[in-house]
Design a protein around this ligand. Sequence first.
Ligand SMILES: Nc1ncnc2c1ncn2[C@@H]1O[C@H](COP(=O)(O)OP(=O)(O)OP(=O)(O)O)[C@@H](O)[C@H]1O
Ligand SMILES: [Mg+2]
Length: 511
Amino acid sequence: MNPILAMQGISKAFAGVKALSDVSFSVAPGEIHAVVGENGAGKSTLMKVLSGVYPHGSYDGAIVFDGEERRFRDITESEALGIIIIHQELALIPLLSIAENIYLSNPPTTFGVINRGAVYRGALALLAKVGLNEAPDTRVIDLGVGKQQLVEIAKALSKDVRLLILDEPTASLNERDSEALLDLLVELRAQGISSILISHKLNEVARVADHITVLRDGRSVDTLDCRAGPVEEDRIIRSMVDRDLESRYPKREPVIGDVIFAVEDWSVFHPQDTGRRVIKGVDFQVRRGEIVGIAGLMGAGRTEFAMSVFGRSYGRQISGRARLEGREVDLSTVRRAVDAGLAYVTEDRKELGLILAEDIRKNMTLANLAAVAPGGVIDDMAELKVAQGYRSRMGIRSASVYQEAGQLSGGNQQKVVLSKWLFTEPKVLILDEPTRGIDIGAKYEIYCIINELADSGRGVIVISSEMPELLGICDRICVMNDGAFVGEFPAQDATQEKIMRAIMRNGEAKA
Ligand SMILES: Nc1ncnc2c1ncn2[C@@H]1O[C@H](COP(=O)(O)OP(=O)(O)OP(=O)(O)O)[C@@H](O)[C@H]1O
Ligand SMILES: [Mg+2]
């Protein structure tokens, strides 16, 4: 069968940095073709070339779609042919509703007037299809990133799609929602719709892909055929990093001391829906040297809890006490929380974590300028040294530390955000989905740094939707559901099944 898409000898450079070198790959009609590779390997760039974000003339090589060579000048031209891309960085308009976002560019009209009823009904049907249980008139700003991802997909399905490109669609979804999304891709495949799936979750890739193309340093190094039989994750990793990975999680002998941070009877109300209590009088503590995980489904209240603690960045009518090293502390603003020794690394790096127009170096020292500014004046050399240290430690792929954060690949941006907070040397570090969108090798490095922080007597709290990650790095795992803690396991007793059961048991009790 002729491929629906063939990309031939694609090369693309940014100001001297070669992002893609002679990449070729093709997609058959009705197949799921995965593209994998380390952070900065060139995956997103390749898809931006395909969809016309980078127009014809700004790259070398040819794109053949549906038997004809195409020279897209912008994204509308590729969309017109049914090539729909969902970017790694979501592109919804926060203050508009779900339905308005879905139909933004092509609303159903009756005699030239937007048909509001049709918009609502259409949105409802699409939301059901992607499994998102929210009213179409909910504003996007009130949804978490995971749900926003589903809105993006509903939006793509509202168009006449022939090739769906998903750049890390499940990075912010929990396992159940990821499963549902992958099932959706399989369903589309049965209808003859092809998709390109970019993901760092190799188990998912191995499960649904028909072919896997591996990019390394901007080159296509391998294409694996999965139709004959399942491809082992280790096989994919070997192609990605060109070596075997001994283990996914570094070993550690925890030395756990007394309680360093505790909140008591912590309650938080919803910022708009002011009668709704989002966090329901919870107690929580972390000890020196301890890594505590918080497990739960999307919407369980984990991020809301963390943000409300960190300078009341979320919610209203927050009540309860917080103690740091035994003393009650005032965490009422972000500044106070940081000064008290708290750091919160957010799951949404674009909104809360990074200044995209600033370079890597400035972003890294931002939250702890005092440390590189003795006497109030920034010491450029000291700042440079700090930034270069983290850049090499984290394996951040960039031209130099002077590169703008906005130009980095998604995973490399995440590494900059992490560096920034690690540099504040907090007493208590809260990490919210710290390895979202991060490649396998860099994850290991991040786990090592988390371990070092704990081993130096700090307390670390990790919120993650990836249960194997929590099981792999935590000393204790607390399970949250519906704004309350519903279970707790020491790491050695915890299993994925026990955690899920704790969540379900609680959900059923309420239903
Ligand atoms: N606008 C830009 N200006 C300069 N360099 C860029 C730009 N966009 C991407 N790059 C560089 O091109 C390389 C490939 O980036 P790309 O975003 O394609 O990586 P990726 O494989 O998608 O990584 P990730 O898994 O982290 O998302 C990186 O080194 C990145 O810094
Ligand atoms: Mg990318």
